[in-house]
Ligand binder design. Structure first.
Ligand code: GRG
Length: 307
């Protein structure tokens, strides 16, 4: 597992984020392991499991569980959705790494899916994970009114399709090699490509836990702010971190001639903008008291992380 847990100690003085993340990530890890059986035809299940269980910070499922608890729900209510969010995130990484997209050899410190199983199986593993994620929410969510489950499925479908991840990826591909990409276009790319799924993690946790409309909107704003900050930090790390820290090739953005936040603003201004977004995100949590400590600490972690 990459080191979300190891870095947690920097996040806050009053809340032990490291222990919290270790415990939550372990629950998620065990649930993910149980979620996909190794049955015939084994090759496709093996390939899906290879990437799903390859580590990663598990930030998305942890956010979903934490938000569900914040609004009064339980871990059990949100765990199937939390697993589904990681399945969708993983499939987006598998497809992003394909030669037709970013063409990467390493991810999460291991060879990418297509390097191990071939492009044909990697495409199908992504497809399999995407379809299974929705099946899994519908089939495995227990103790939650069906209306809430439907809302989660609809919200998530929108977040991953052309109105979300897919749309962001298309504009990203179109922008590659262009030097005149505006800040508006860059924001569009990352609000969709990275932000939409992080927002869906928080909102789905809120919906499952029974949050009202106004509360969902506040939590959605929290998530949109941490989502953009997450991407700004990702762009900075692509320049400043080593391949060992990242678990993948470093310096890819420069190599692919991508316009990034540091290329538009410089590293210092990018750090300042990310810090402001985190402050704005945390402001949305006012009124929850100590119950909001996990989401506050996760927000702080986003700017402090090293991978
Ligand atoms: C969703 C249908 C569908 C297709 C995929 C390829 C694609 C369309 C979208 C690209 C999405 C993408 C790869 C966005 C980047 C998001 C990002 C910053 C990933 C890194 O997340 P971390 O740091 O990774 O949380 P770990 O490995 O820790 O989980």
């Amino acid at each position: 597992m990459t080191s979300l847990q190891n870095q947690g100690a920097v996040a806050t003085e009053t809340f032990d984020l490291a222990s919290y993340l270790t415990e939550r990530a372990a629950l998620v890890e065990a649930a993910l392991d149980r979620s996909i059986p190794l049955v015939y035809p084994e090759k496709i299940y093996e390939s899906m499991r290879y990437s799903l269980l390859a580590g990663g910070k598990r930030l998305r499922p942890v956010l979903c569980l934490a938000t569900c608890e914040l609004v009064g729900g339980t871990i059990e209510m949100a765990m199937p959705t939390a697993c589904a969010l990681e399945m969708i995130h993983t499939m987006s990484l598998i497809h992003d790494d394909l030669p037709a997209m970013d063409n990467d050899d390493y991810r999460r410190g291991k060879l990418t899916n297509h390097k191990v199983y071939g492009e044909d199986i990697a495409i199908l593993a992504g497809d399999g994970l995407l379809a299974y994620a929705f099946e899994y929410i519908a089939r495995e969510t227990k103790g939650v009114p069906a209306e809430r489950v439907l809302q989660v499925i609809a919200h998530l479908g929108r977040a991953v399709g052309a109105a979300g991840l897919v749309g962001g990826q298309v504009v990203d591909l179109e922008s590659e090699g262009k030097s005149d990409v505006s800040i508006e276009t860059l924001n569009f790319i990352h609000r969709h490509k990275t932000g939409a799924l992080l927002e869906a993690c928080v909102v789905s946790g809120a919906v499952l836990g029974g949050a009202g409309e106004e509360e969902r909107q506040r939590l959605s704003r929290y998530a949109q702010n941490i989502g953009l900050a997450f991407q700004i930090v990702d762009d900075i790390l692509d320049i400043t971190a080593t391949p060992e820290e990242l678990g993948k090739t470093a310096g890819k953005d420069l190599q692919a001639q991508k316009v990034t936040y540091p290329s538009l603003w410089g590293i210092e201004e990018s750090r300042r903008q990310a810090a402001q977004l985190i402050a704005d995100a945390k402001a949305e949590l006012q009124g929850y008291g100590t119950a909001a400590q996990p989401l506050q600490a996760i927000a702080d972690f986003i700017t402090a992380r090293k991978n």
